[in-house]
Design a protein around this ligand. Structure first.
Ligand code: SF4
Ligand code: SF4
Ligand code: SF4
Length: 207
């Protein structure tokens, strides 16, 4: 299978959160009780039951306030640090499939959870004490072989979420950076199978 990628253009995200709901729906993840924290951002963090969430980044410029919406989820790093560390303990606990998805297997239960938690530079995996499993975005690797895009991409109506062959997604991202001009950047970089175009490199310090 071709190396696939999810490309996220955050300049097109309206924070509708259809992607959050679609992820829960496809993966049969439970809704969680949350509280008003004085912010539109909800839920407050990734969890065992929430694998993708829209972070609200508040910007202050020339006396005006605006928001940027960042869909936080696993970067499906290539190569992934979580797999590098897991392999030093148990081979096959973290795998990378031919589409580019980074996935945790049952073997991860044999590894000290702190090793996996500290291995991810992006604070993505969430540990479930009850099952001793880790949970995070799966790249919808159970949809891709059937020609289906990830559920979150399918639900996004603005063009913020895109899915396809990695080379094509990178080209779309490069074209968008040229269009946006000024300070637009690719985040975290090309060595990832989920990547974002940020309209302003100043956002890097908020992510
Ligand atoms: S569905 Fe698309 S526009 Fe809506 S919050 Fe998710 S990424 Fe943003
Ligand atoms: S790719 Fe699938 S698992 Fe990952 S955030 Fe999107 S819907 Fe959720
Ligand atoms: S973002 Fe973290 S959990 Fe996801 S592949 Fe990279 S290191 Fe692993």
């Amino acid at each position: 299978m071709d190396n696939m990628a999810i490309y996220i253009d955050i300049s097109k995200c309206t924070a509708c959160r259809s992607c959050q709901v679609a992820c829960k729906n496809w993966n049969q993840l439970k809704a969680e009780q949350t509280q008003n924290r004085g912010s539109h951002e909800n839920p407050p963090d990734l969890s065992v039951q929430t694998w993708n969430r829209i972070r609200w980044i508040e910007n202050h410029k020339n006396g005006k306030i605006s928001w940027t919406f960042f869909s936080d989820r696993c970067r499906h790093c290539d190569p992934p640090d979580c797999k590098y560390i897991a392999d030093t303990f148990v081979e096959g606990a973290v795998i990378k499939d031919s589409s580019g998805a980074v996935l945790f297997t049952e073997k991860i239960k044999d590894i000290d959870p702190d090793e996996i938690l500290s291995a991810c530079p992006y604070n993505i995996p969430r540990f479930d004490e009850a099952t001793r499993m880790f949970f995070k975005c799966s790249f919808c690797s159970d949809r891709i072989p059937y020609g289906l895009p990830p559920a979150c991409v399918k639900a996004c109506s603005t063009g913020a979420l895109n899915f396809g062959e990695k080379a094509k997604m990178l080209q779309l991202a490069r074209d968008r950076i040229k269009q946006l001009a000024n300070d637009a950047v690719l985040y975290p970089g090309e060595e990832y199978n989920t990547f974002w175009v940020l309209p302003d490199k100043g956002l890097l310090q908020s992510i």
